[in-house]
Design a binder for this molecule. Structure first.
Ligand SMILES: Nc1ncnc2c1ncn2[C@@H]1O[C@H](COP(=O)(O)OP(=O)(O)OP(=O)(O)O)[C@@H](O)[C@H]1O
Ligand SMILES: [Mg+2]
Length: 388
């Protein structure tokens, strides 16, 4: 999906690449920014993460080039608006490659060369990831800032990003969907916990600003980790209710209030979470450029009638790829959470604590998926006996 934001006819490219100057050393280097960020952020202490500056390894371009076979296409994991991401192995135990120690699989993001905007985001991302720690945030292994090159080295998430699993064409009869219901709930839960941490465990809050499936990475067991903190901003402190900023984001995920006014609050993230939750429920993209023009293109336009009467219409939201294998009551509950997150008025959107609690509740309800083929009927019978 293009890194463009469009709302009410306005289109803003988010990434003008203009030359950056100098090396990332000195006052705005990743480590000095991390130290500043760490001093600015305090931990509120929910026990699920921490705010503590930590060293990230500094790699040379030669090391990363050798590890990726010269950034070869065969190691390419994906490409986004800021650059390309490669898979490779690095020895992390010592500076000397001959010193022994296990090789670790990592993902290396090579940022668009010479972009001042990209360079700023590089420093922000390093600083945030060196400072913030949570099981549902990707870990930064290290970075490289050499001449015009900016690279980030992350832990490798073996299953890649959520979009690759969620938006698959419907396959033949009887096949299991790529993502079962429980897996979708687990992913929503992980993303919600990460946002709760950013909003509520650190002070001032951190506003993530770029929640979308390609930024939700998946571990082997499908636990979710948010990546890409380059657009993250420290939120308001003291009596301020918002920060004013240039509108940045991705088509389909940006809260309308933020898009129209540039006033950024944690509730902007809550809105984006509502969009992602709706994508998990429906299997539809927030914005599908390939779909027929009209209501089919924007998920929210398509879903509006169902969300307006969610109690009666929630069943229509279900992803056909689930083939009826989902607990109807839980689907209804998640649809309600999504519609609350998508409220036009930011003040009326829930907090991420509220959302996490609601998903905890959904996840705690016992549910046994019916075997493939028997799904729709079994779900139907269960629905008859379950109260919403
Ligand atoms: N740590 C990682 N582990 C595994 N795969 C990754 C990792 N980081 C990124 N990827 C893969 O690389 C792809 C590109 O990531 P990248 O963040 O550059 O772009 P994007 O999220 O698709 O778009 P955008 O630039 O708009 O954020 C991702 O979709 C994902 O599949
Ligand atoms: Mg990304």
């Amino acid at each position: 999906m293009p890194r463009l934001f469009s709302w009410a006819g306005h289109r803003l490219p988010s990434l003008p690449c203009v030359p950056c100057t100098g090396d990332a050393a000195g006052p705005s280097s990743p480590s000095s920014q991390a130290a500043e960020t760490s001093m600015s952020l305090r931990r509120r202490g929910d026990g699920s993460g921490s705010v503590a500056g930590r060293a990230a390894r500094k790699f040379t371009l030669e090391q990363l080039s050798a590890a990726t076979d010269g950034f070869s296409a065969s190691n390419l994991l994906g490409q986004g608006g800021f650059g390309r991401v490669y898979r490779c192995h690095l020895r992390l135990d010592g500076d000397d490659d001959d010193a022994g120690g296990a090789m670790t699989a990592v993902a290396v993001k090579q940022l668009c060369r010479g972009g001042a905007q990209g360079s700023h985001e590089f420093v922000v991302e390093c600083a945030m990831l060196m400072t913030l720690r949570h099981p549902n945030l990707v870990s930064l292994v290290g970075y490289c800032a050499q001449a015009q090159e900016r690279l980030l080295v992350y832990e490798l998430l073996p299953r890649g990003s959520l979009d690759a699993h969620l938006f698959l064409p419907l396959s033949g009869d009887g096949d299991r969907p790529a993502l079962e219901w429980d897996t979708r709930v687990k992913i929503a839960h992980g993303a919600a916990r990460a946002l709760r941490y950013l909003h509520e465990a650190v002070s001032p809050p951190v506003i993530y600003r770029d929640l979308k499936p390609s930024n939700i990475l998946l571990a082997d067991d499908f636990s979710a980790k948010l990546s890409d903190l380059g657009l993250a901003r420290m939120g308001p402190s003291g009596d301020d209710t918002h920060v004013s900023t240039r509108v940045m984001g991705t088509l389909g995920y940006c809260a309308p209030d933020y898009a129209l006014t540039g006033r950024l609050t944690v509730k902007s993230d809550v809105y984006s979470f509502g969009v992602v939750l709706l994508e998990l429920i429906t299997g539809r993209r927030a914005f599908d450029a390939d779909a027929d023009a009209g209501d089919e293109r924007r998920l929210l336009d398509w879903a509006r009638p169902y969300l307006a009467d969610v109690r009666k219409m929630y069943g229509r939201l279900a992803d056909p790829a689930l083939r009826g294998r989902f607990p109807r009551r839980a689907l209804y509950q998640l649809a309600v959470v999504a519609s609350l997150c998508l409220h036009d008025r930011p003040n009326l959107r829930p907090t991420m604590s509220d959302v996490t609690r609601a998903i905890d509740h959904v996840a705690s309800q016992p549910w046994q998926a019916a075997p493939a083929g028997a799904g729709a009927d079994a779900a139907h019978h269960r629905a008859k006996s379950c109260q919403i």
